[in-house]
Design a binder for this molecule. Structure first.
Ligand SMILES: [Zn+2]
Length: 54
């Protein structure tokens, strides 16, 4: 399962969560800190990690 990184727009908390791609498309995860669903997906970190392989 891919790891997705989110930032909560309500409280600014950053968190990572493992989801199936289908789940990720369907709904937004709750912020573990404040419980808001105003989470924004961050793409950059996820792709940066997998791009380099030495
Ligand atoms: Zn929050």
């Amino acid at each position: 399962m891919p790891l997705y990184e989110y930032q909560c727009k309500e409280c600014g908390h950053n968190f990572s969560i493992r989801l199936h791609i289908e789940e990720h498309d369907k709904k937004r995860p709750k912020c573990p800190k404040c419980g808001s669903r105003k989470s924004e997906h961050k793409y950059s970190a996820f792709f940066a990690k997998t791009a380099k392989k030495s």
